[in-house]
Design a protein around this ligand. Sequence first.
Ligand code: RB5
Length: 149
Amino acid sequence: MKIALGCDHGGYELKEAIKKYVTDKGVEVVDFGTHSTDSVDYPEYGLKVAEAVSQGQVEQGILICGTGLGMSYVANKVKGVRCACVSDVFSAEMSKLHNNANVLALGARVVGLGLGLKIVDTWLGAEFEGGRHNRRVDMITAVEDKYFK
Ligand code: RB5
């Protein structure tokens, strides 16, 4: 599995922890930065990861900022991206099972290290159930096609 990681200064420490955690489990990581706690603008990094997912360079992406919110707003503007901003394990799992999320957004200031890694583990291990959910995800894509040419 190959995933993209991206963060701003608020998410840098959790991004580094996630990178080590998933790499140790054999996941290939493309790290789009940022690479320090110096202040940066989250849209730049959210866009890089979302484009990598949209263009098929990686299968999935994980974004981390202070709240996860700004990153998720940016990622969900990119064609084909379904970004779930979650702070609990149940929502992380359901975002895959029912909504086929291909990007996860985390708030480092919300979840902290232990829960953040547990959410990542759950999300990467979950799979879209398909079936009746295909129709609903296709409806999301139809909205995207209507408003983003
Ligand atoms: C940066 O201070 C903060 O605004 C950012 O990390 C994120 O929480 C935005 O949504």
